[in-house]
Design a protein around this ligand. Structure first.
Ligand SMILES: C[S@@+](CC[C@H](N)C(=O)[O-])C[C@H]1O[C@@H](n2cnc3c(N)ncnc32)[C@H](O)[C@@H]1O
Length: 241
């Protein structure tokens, strides 16, 4: 069995504090639910058309991952189940939930500064074709105009600089590419969600794109405020950079 690294000593750096709190949440709150036979979020079976929970931890991890792909499509009101097929897809802030691993893209990439620490703690799915970049999404080492879809679900208020992340997402997208955003607005900043976003601020940051869908589902991710889902397309003639 792989030795599990100890959590690093406490730091005063707010980004390091945020990352430690984030990792703690996955280890202390999320992982035990999956290990005990359940799902977190708990509606994975429902999203998988009533599929019963697999008897093994690994089986449930893959079910959760497949459920997250369905969740992203459902929330974005994209009815085409094959939407991601054959595409280059980047997921900003996937955590260890497994969206990049289960996404049926041609190339599926998760961008998360904690990816390496998630791996060290055995939280990433093994045997996956997805690639993880262990960097902040403010500066992603991929060339401009090389990505078909960027997903940022429940991560925009977690990043260091939401404006820079939205610019970077647009730089990466090809002409006609799709940005799928799902973020909390109107909540007080917390250790892991340091940004109080507004729909107006996000709309302004993607003003060069066409917003094709916007909705405000009920349940905020962080327990306060409101969720906003926004799907935007780059124009067919636009270029990254
Ligand atoms: C609440 S989790 C989101 C998990 C998943 N996307 C979901 O649908 O619930 C937020 C993730 O954002 C990541 N994150 C924090 N700062 C980031 C940054 N600068 N760039 C990209 N991801 C970041 C965190 O490490 C964490 O894994």
């Amino acid at each position: 069995m792989r030795p599990v690294p100890r959590l690093r000593p406490r730091s005063c750096n707010p980004v390091a504090v945020k990352h430690d709190a984030e990792l703690r949440w996955w280890l202390d709150e999320w992982l035990p639910v999956l290990q005990a036979g359940g799902f977190n979020p708990g509606d994975a079976s429902e999203l998988l058309d009533g599929e019963p929970a697999a008897p093994t931890y690994e089986g449930r991890r893959w079910q959760q991952a497949r459920a997250e792909v369905r969740r992203v499509l459902k929330e974005a009101a994209i009815e085409d189940e094959s939407f991601f097929d054959g595409k280059v897809v980047v997921d900003i802030g996937p955590g260890p939930l497994g969206f990049p691993d289960a996404c049926p893209a041609r190339v599926s990439i998760g961008v998360d500064p904690l990816a390496e620490r998630y791996r060290e703690h055995g939280l990433l799915l093994e045997g996956s074709d997805a690639l993880y970049l262990s960097v902040g999404a403010e500066s992603i080492p991929l060339t401009s105009g090389s990505v078909d879809v960027v997903v940022a679900r429940n991560s925009l208020d977690h990043v260091d600089d939401p404006q820079a992340v939205l610019s970077e997402a647009q730089r990466l997208l090809r002409p006609g590419g799709t940005l799928i955003l799902n973020f909390d607005v109107d909540h007080a900043p917390t250790a892991t969600e340091p940004h109080a976003l507004t729909s107006e601020r996000v709309r302004d940051a993607v003003r060069d794109m066409t917003i094709v869908h916007e909705a405000t589902p009920d349940q905020p991710h962080g327990g306060a405020g409101q969720v906003v889902v926004m799907v935007a397309r780059t124009t067919m003639s636009s270029r990254g950079g």
